[in-house]
Structure formats: C-alpha cells, structure tokens
Design a protein around this ligand. Sequence first.
Ligand code: 5RP
Length: 219
Amino acid sequence: MHQDEMKKAVAKAALQYVEEGIVVGVGTGSTANHFIDFLAADMKGLIEGAVASSEATRDRLKDHGIPVYDLNAVDEIPVYIDGADEVDANLNLIKGGGGALTREKIIAAVAHKFICIADSSKKVNVLGDYPLPIEVIPMARSQVAREIVKLGGDPVYREGFVTDNGNIILDIHHMQIAEPVKLEQQLNNIVGVVTNGLFALRSADILLLGSETGVQTIT
Ligand code: 5RP
C-alpha cells in the first residue's frame, strides 16, 4: 500500500469508534480529511455532529453537510479522531505539522477516547526527528526561541504562517525527545508559549497504524 492508501485505510477503520448520536471530535490534516470524507459517506445524519480542531476541518465538515458545534456548546466528546506527525510505542505523539496543535490538544483533553490514525511512516522509536511545533504569542517569539535553545533545541520560525488563533509557530529541530512528559511540561512553562506539539501528558488511547499488510490496532 502507498502512504495515501494507508491513510485512507486507517481513516476508514476509525469509523468503528464513532457511535450513532454522538458529537465526534475531528482532527486536522490529510489523514483526518480522509476520515471526514468517510464519516460523511457512512454516518452523516446518524451522528449529532462534530467539533472541529481547525478552520480547515470545520469548512470540510460543513461542505459535507455535517453540523459543526463550538466546543463550549457540547457537554462531552466521546471520541476524538486525529492524525499525527510521529508516534512512539507508548502512543506519545508529535502533532502540529499543520499548525492546528492548540485546538487539537484542547479537544484531545476533553475527549473520553483519543484515536490516532497514522500511516507506518509516522511510527518511531524516539520522538524528535520530526521538528516539534510550538505555538507562540507573536511578541514572545525571540524570548521563547532563546529558552528553547537553552533546552538543547534549534527553533526555526515557520515563515508566513499564522495559526487559527492568530499566533506564530516555531518548529524545534534536532531534539531527541527521550522524556516526552518532562519536555512537554518544560515547554508549557515557558512564558509566551501557547501550546507545544508534544502529546504525552494526554497521549493517544488507541493507534490505528496503516501498514503494507493492513491496519494494526495498538493500545
Ligand atoms: C495537524 C496535525 C496532523 O495530524 C499531522 O500533521 C499529520 O498530518 P497528515 O495526516 O497530513 O500526515 O497535527 O496539526
């Protein structure tokens, strides 16, 4: 299977976790887009609606005719489906390649169950080959960058990119992340950081991993 076929396979497999009548949390990216398309084809009218992790996801859901709710308007999100940029054996993730990490992390925190859908290229032994995205308040950019250098990272400003929340992204290169929970907390403590793309304090509950042989379910 090619990478996009694996993405489609895991996106389709994620439908088994979506029960009728619920509000489902929906992530951002090409794998999440496949999920939205399958969700619309198979379950539109059966679910109550969705909460979107980005403007792009909201637009795609709406284009399909799926009702999209503000997170503040829903009592609970039984399941959140989203992709990842990297995933380790403990289902810790790097996310935010598409810059939607803050809303993704908020929905993941609310969701009872977080299902990560990813093709096999995303599975790693140690997180950090993929540059770790950090959403930063614009005026704090240089200060946050200096603090990241102190932690051993190499921050690169994502030129010309503004998040849905009006902030900027620094991508941290060359960081082998041996202790994801510790680093997530350290980054959270830097003044001016809105969110970092490590999902270790709230990791995924289930990983649907696409491979040559099909979809593997990892818990
Ligand atoms: C967006 C994300 C995505 O989940 C991540 O970038 C994976 O994207 P794709 O499914 O296109 O490979 O975190 O902020």
